[in-house]
Design a protein around this ligand. Structure first.
Ligand code: AKB
Length: 320
């Protein structure tokens, strides 16, 4: 990777991936783009930035040419819970951004990273130790887009030789930009609530296990996979990766150990519960480990120490 474009840079992953890549590849070699987002000003202060609606193929192609881009990170997506509120829009945005990314990559000989998700699986997949290659019949529009996206990306690789690569991200926990509209968002919100109010109302019931990952591991995965020796990759779109699996009761316990007066109750949101019930409890990520050295460093305990410290400092500074 030399000249990198991040599309959808203002979101939860992009806002941290941009500075992470700038540190490795140089500030001027990472171009951030987003559509009119609250994070745009900050992104524009720190390096090249272009306002871009990923559905505008002409402007997208112009930016790729202008900066001689060789690698695209396509991070544009409506997440699972938001997608269910407007499935037609979710399809239009998620698939439109992907198709433009793939076509522009084909024309300009770029590599493409597009995250897939645990949401690509469905209730008929084996939900414990979910294999890399198995039945994938998701019940959400988000999952339908992810499975279609994985297949389309593999098609662009085999049919046109576009260097497409992807991981199936679990819920990502981070402390810079809040996620929005996901089923796993509670695992971020709980830390903010623990610091600010010392109480949290959980939208998923106890016993709902889901794969999760701390942002530093997610960022490392993006670079490791995109820099991996292509001759070692038996899979491309997309690799199971996970760092931990917990349910609301376990993350609550981890926080309560550190904040003894923290309390949690439940107000289960049926749409989120149905989505979470159809997703893996824990995935088998042995193919990622074998093919490109995936090896996460953070677990629930170390992540909780770090989240409470960073979110606590933000609170003291009056940032939320
Ligand atoms: C969501 O909950 O929709 C996302 C995901 C797991 O892909 N965080």
């Amino acid at each position: 990777m030399k000249n990198i474009l991040i599309v959808g840079a203002g979101g939860q992953i992009g806002s941290e991936l941009v500075p992470y890549l700038q540190n490795i590849y140089g500030k001027n070699n990472v171009v951030a783009t987003d559509i009119n987002c609250s994070a745009c000003n900050k992104l524009a202060e720190n390096g090249p930035f272009e306002e871009l609606d990923a559905l505008d193929a002409n402007k997208y192609a112009e930016i790729v040419k202008k900066y001689k881009i060789d690698t695209i990170f396509n991070l544009v997506a409506l997440l699972s819970a938001t997608g269910e509120k407007n499935p037609q829009l979710a399809w239009k945005i998620n698939m439109g951004a992907l198709l433009n990314s793939l076509e522009i990559a084909r024309e300009n000989k770029c590599a493409v990273f597009t995250p897939s998700s645990i949401g690509a699986f469905g209730a008929s997949s084996p939900l414990d130790n979910t294999p890399q290659d198995t039945v994938m019949r998701p019940s959400t529009i988000y999952g339908v887009c992810k499975v279609t996206g994985e297949m389309l990306s593999d098609y662009y690789y085999t049919r046109f030789g576009v260097d497409t690569r992807s991981v199936r991200f679990p819920g990502i926990i981070s402390n810079l930009t809040l996620p929005g509209g996901g089923t796993t968002d509670y695992a971020v919100e709980i830390y903010y609530a623990a610091i600010k109010e010392k109480k949290f109302t959980c939208p998923l019931p106890a016993g709902t296990f889901l794969d999760m990952m701390y942002m530093p591991d997610a960022l490392e995965a993006c670079v490791q996979l995109m820099e991996a020796d292509p001759s070692k990759l038996k899979h491309r779109n997309s690799f199971n990766i996970t760092a931990m699996s917990f349910d609301p009761a376990k993350i609550y316990e981890a926080i309560k150990k550190r904040i003894p007066d923290f309390t949690m109750d439940y107000n289960v949101e049926p749409v989120k519960k149905a989505i979470a019930d159809s997703w893996p409890n824990s995935m088998d990520d042995s193919c990622a480990r074998a093919e490109w050295g995936w090896n996460p460093k953070w677990n629930l305990e170390t992540m909780t120490d770090d989240m409470l410290k960073v979110v606590g400092d933000k609170f003291k500074k009056g940032l939320f």
